[in-house]
Write a protein that binds this ligand. Sequence first.
Ligand code: CP
Length: 304
Amino acid sequence: TQHLLGIKDLTKEDISLFLDTATQFKEVLQRPVKKVPSLRDVTIVNLFYENSTRTRISFELAEKRLSADTINFTASGSSVAKGETLLDTVNNILSMKVDMVVMRHSASGAPHFLAQHVPAAIINAGDGVNEHPTQGLLDAFSIREKLGKLAGVKVAIIGDIMHSRVAMSNIYLLKKMGAEVTVCGPPTLIPKYIREVFNVNVSYNVEEALNWCDVANVLRIQLERQNQVLFSSLREYNLSYGISRKLLDRLKKEVVIMHPGPINRGVELDSDVADSGHSIILQQVENGVAVRMAVLYLLSNRNN
Ligand code: CP
């Protein structure tokens, strides 16, 4: 069984195949009839142990556009509250003839654990601070769509790098595809080893990073994953690292602004930037459906 557990495991060719297939599905999604029969009689469970708006809806819509049957499971309101384990939960769902599992979990490695223990294709929809591979793919798709390429593109990932699975999947993917990456944020939110291990540049100055890059992928401060205070206040974060119209106006060039969502407006990104012509944030969300259709289609046994 094939899985999508992380970008770390993919080759450059795998990534190109996902992105090229997503381009074809994006064309399908522009038609008056958006639905194709590719996954008819395939049953998919969306298993969400952690909150989500975009990823959950995007997967469900991708599944419906492919004519799959879908079930949505959220841990809250389920028998998880009565003590049922992850493995028991999934085995019970699979016994009802479910073929594929899309899973979000707060524990890093949870989808890898499942992949070793159940006979279904597992797709990681975000695991703890580890990876969010479909977000990495949709971000790359959106950059390639906007700038026509990935190789040589300069991407600054700005914000809470330490707690971000989006940063991890973006770094793996962009480096494999020949893009240049700078991570930028307060020193307390950037792992010390990141430069050596991932071959990325590090900047603690947001204006410097913005002057360097073609694309800024701006991340939320993930207070829910921080077990200690890593900077003094959100107000201070906004003053030092927040991206404002005034800051963008000082640059000598255009920068494409991205954000995986949800945005904390007025913290990492001001509204007049998030909603400006520089921003491709809603295009990212739109592209997520085509990218997830490509992932589901390629990992199903219907494409061979
Ligand atoms: N980008 C993203 O993962 O958003 P959600 O948490 O709303 O799914």
